[in-house]
Design a protein around this ligand. Structure first.
Ligand SMILES: Nc1nc2c(c(=O)[nH]1)N[C@H]1C(S)=C(S)[C@@H](COP(=O)(O)OP(=O)(O)OC[C@H]3O[C@@H](n4cnc5c(=O)[nH]c(N)nc54)[C@H](O)[C@@H]3O)O[C@H]1N2
Ligand SMILES: Nc1nc2c(c(=O)[nH]1)N[C@H]1C(S)=C(S)[C@@H](COP(=O)(O)OP(=O)(O)OC[C@H]3O[C@@H](n4cnc5c(=O)[nH]c(N)nc54)[C@H](O)[C@@H]3O)O[C@H]1N2
Ligand code: SF4
Ligand SMILES: [Mo]
Length: 705
């Protein structure tokens, strides 16, 4: 079939998955927004410019293998044989777990599913995890415990437009999901963010806690809700369990005590609770600001407790949700690329789940490995005794995006074999032994699951350039060279999806009633969508209306207590450094730093500092500064921001090399989700020394040029 001239598809970047129409013009691919419910004709800068990454000048067009230190072009057979031989050599000597896999939340459902299967069956390794561990894991753990099920938003995005009040805890949606703002035009916003972010600017009420103190703050909000008589006692009695134990903890968090720890005035705390409680329709949403902490799970649980006390979740016109992040942040966490998971959001330690999935895969249940290491623990173990000696990366750039990135770079360098599948020479690809060039969004079919659990079709517009192959073809080729039957790894997305449907059937994230045909007919299908006899299942846009997903139908309060961040400020490191995003760049920047408009908008690393803090450090606006923590230093240009807290600096993590914010971030993990503490580290800021120790001169010169 000839390639179509125009297709309806979705933006390649974030979890909003804005609807777009792509057209092939003489000058290249042109994008236009569609009237899809989440974006209704809107797109952000990144979405508008996404087609230029398709033809970026350094696009990977042929496989590369490192020879005598240099990456040289080879044919596919050579590249795949090099990987298969390397894998076999390592596994023969050190066992199946000596080869690991690192996936991504940007992969389509089909890729995420096949990657998990490939790891467990073709490689026989337990060592697979993905970058969603850095993203969604704390909210996922808290939501699963509270509701028995984890779907980012358990309601459609459009419901937010009917709300009176929306609380955004650590989410800067004005920059991270701009078209979402049109759904937040009506409600009064309460924003919890240590920075006066673009979103906080639009808020009716901005609470500005010190980074890492949200848990104390939300215990205080629950305290006020109960003491001031706002708790919904009928709802607590009929729909929840465990309130008393949670209240025991919150009881001692009176507003003035909370103010001392967080810096949020008691009056603002009371105002926030009053706004939420008086609203007819109210939602509590969390983003990475509240979640990326060593206390992330408990912090999200605290926000869920607050929502439950006010009777919001599982009601038409109210609820709690987490704003997922990556394009397939939702689907990517359901189909088995997570260390402890099998498709359909099943647990890899559950015998019935293992049996079901093994049967779909045509293997013996006991042949499936058990749970492996979490993302950071996997990276930290690379090349150590007992740790993996080979790693295959699909859809992540951990050299830039992992915490304590200097250390992660060293671990990657200690590997016998690093394989990276990507379409651009990312910083991680540049460090690889084998680089496999893959297709991009406009060159492939598949499905993505957006932040509201809606399954969407990604559609192919054009033939991939050069020798680029889809990730599915890559996995097929590798599996065959590892001695697997080819039919076990279909290369057609539709065929993989058909298998995914069967594997997910009966699981929590049940896709068995969803088919490409229904999606192509334009149906809005939110999972769970089980296959039913007779009529098609309509999908589940709103969860929990009749009950929560625990056997007794009740949501669970969590008895949480405040804990300090893993690292306290000290005389040496007196500031809180926090990190996050800016509008123009996406994640590690591997894609957006290659787009001229975006690179011009934000060309280099910067650090937001309060003028007084900068002055004390001898820094002026625009000066290059060295920001350091116990782990290392990063170079960033000073931006004076009078609305900053004087005890806090903020750095975006989109930049590589010496400007990488992750050179200073902490790898302290949440004990349950294994989420790293990206959002708070003890740091200091100083003028850039003439010859900064440990920094490469080239990078420094670039920043100060
Ligand atoms: N432009 C752009 N958009 C994106 C992305 C991108 O890279 N660029 N990535 C996508 C992905 S994968 C994700 S996960 C989402 C993330 O979306 P968001 O969660 O909105 O993004 P962040 O900027 O990481 O964090 C949000 C806010 O948390 C604040 N914050 C920092 N520390 C704390 C704290 O201790 N407590 C609280 N309450 N807030 C704190 C920061 O100041 C920041 O304004 O964005 C998605 N969309
Ligand atoms: N300091 C700090 N660090 C953070 C965060 C933070 O807030 N602060 N946020 C964390 C979060 S929430 C996230 S999600 C991570 C994300 O960080 P990363 O995992 O590094 O995400 P990306 O930069 O999107 O990297 C994706 C890579 O895969 C490639 N790619 C994209 N699509 C595909 C595909 O379909 N197949 C293949 N093979 N490759 C593909 C891209 O070109 C890119 O090189 O960063 C985390 N790191
Ligand atoms: S908001 Fe997200 S999905 Fe929409 S255009 Fe921007 S990056 Fe793309
Ligand atoms: Mo993310």
């Amino acid at each position: 079939m000839p390639e179509p001239r125009t297709v309806a598809t979705h933006c390649p970047y974030c979890a909003l998955q804005c609807g777009t129409r792509l057209t092939r013009e003489r000058a290249g691919v042109v994008v236009a927004p569609t009237d899809f419910p989440v974006n209704r004709g809107g797109l952000c800068q990144k979405g508008w410019t996404a087609p230029s990454v398709l033809d970026t000048s350094d696009r990977l067009l042929t496989p590369l293998v490192r020879r005598d230190g240099e990456l040289v072009a080879v044919d596919w057979d050579t590249a795949l044989r090099t990987v298969a031989d390397g894998v076999r050599r390592i596994q023969d000597r050190h066992g199946p777990d000596a080869v690991g896999v690192f996936g991504g939340g940007g992969l389509t459902n089909e890729k995420a599913y096949l990657l998990g299967k490939f790891a467990r069956v073709a490689l026989g390794t337990s060592q697979i995890d993905y970058n969603g561990r850095f993203c969604m894991s704390s909210a996922a753990a808290a939501a699963t415990a509270a509701f028995g099920l984890d779907r980012g938003l358990p309601f459609p995005v459009t419901d937010l437009g009917t709300a009176d009040v929306v609380l955004l805890a650590g989410a800067n949606v004005a920059e991270t999901m701009p078209p979402l703002m049109q759904h937040l035009a009506r409600p009064d916003l309460i924003v919890i963010d240590p920075r006066r972010s673009a979103t906080a600017e639009r808020a009716a009420l901005h609470l500005q806690p010190a980074p890492g103190t949200d848990l104390a703050l939300v215990l205080g909000l629950l305290h006020i809700a109960v003491v001031d008589g706002w708790a919904d006692t009928d709802y607590l009695r009929d729909r929840t369990a465990g309130f008393d134990a949670a209240w025991q903890r919150a009881m001692s968090w009176w507003p003035e005590r909370v103010e001392r720890i967080t810096g949020v005035p008691a009056g603002s705390q009371r105002a926030a609770v009053r706004m939420l409680a008086r609203a007819e329709r109210a939602y509590v949403l969390t983003g990475r600001g509240a979640e990326q902490h060593s206390t992330g799970v408990d912090t999200v649980a605290g926000f869920i407790n607050l929502a439950l006390a006010l009777g919001l979740p599982g009601r038409d016109g109210g609820g709690y949700g987490c704003l997922t992040g990556q394009g397939n942040g939702q689907g990517g966490r359901e189909h088995g690329q997570k260390a402890d998971q099998l498709p359909g959001y099943r647990s890899i330690t559950d015998d019935a789940a293992r049996e079901h999935v093994a049967q779909v895969w045509g293997v013996a249940p006991e042949s499936l490995p058990g749970p492996g290491r979490s993302a950071y623990e996997l990276l930290d173990a690379l090349g150590t005794p007992g740790g993996p000696r080979g790693l295959l990366v699909f859809g992540s750039n951990p050299v830039v995006s992992a915490p304590h990135a200097g250390h992660v770079g060293e671990r990657l360098a200690a590997l016998d074999l690093l394989v990276v599948a990507d379409f651009v020479p990312s910083e991680t690809a540049r460090a690889a032994d084998v680089v496999l060039p893959v297709t991009q969004w406009a060159e492939e079919d598949g499905t993505m699951t957006n932040l509201e659990g809606r399954v969407l079709r990604r559609r192919r517009l054009r033939i991939p350039p050069g020798h680029a192959r889809s990730d599915l073809e890559v996995l097929h080729g590798l599996a065959r060279r590892l001695g697997e039957p080819g039919h076990r790894y279909p290369t057609s997305p539709r065929e993989v999806f058909e298998e995914l449907r069967r594997a997910s059937a009966g699981g929590k994230a049940d896709y068995s009633g969803i088919g490409y045909d229904r999606l192509d007919a334009g149906e809005a299908l939110h999972w769970p969508c089980p296959a039913v006899d007779g009529d098609d299942h309509p999908g589940t846009p709103r969860l929990f209306l009749d009950g929560f997903a625990h056997p007794d139908g009740r949501a669970r309060f969590a008895a949480v207590e405040h804990r300090e961040p893993a690292e306290s400020v000290s005389a040496e490191f007196p500031l809180h450094a926090t990190t996050g995003r800016v509008l123009a760049h996406y994640q590690s920047g591997a894609q957006t730093r290659r787009v001229r408009e975006l690179a011009e908008a934000e060309p280099e690393a910067f650090v937001e500092v309060h003028p007084d803090t900068a002055h004390r450090a001898g820094l002026t606006d625009g000066a290059p500064a060295l920001v350091s923590s116990a782990r290392g230093g990063t170079v960033a240009r000073v931006r004076l921001v009078p609305s900053m807290r004087t005890d806090t600096v903020f750095l975006p993590f989109h930049f590589p090399g010496d400007g990488s914010a992750n050179l200073i971030t902490s790898p302290a993990l949440d004990p349950r989700s294994r989420m790293p503490e990206f959002k708070v580290a003890a740091a200091r800021i100083e003028p850039l020394p003439a010859d900064p120790a440990g920094l490469v001169a080239g990078g420094v010169a670039e920043v100060s040029a």
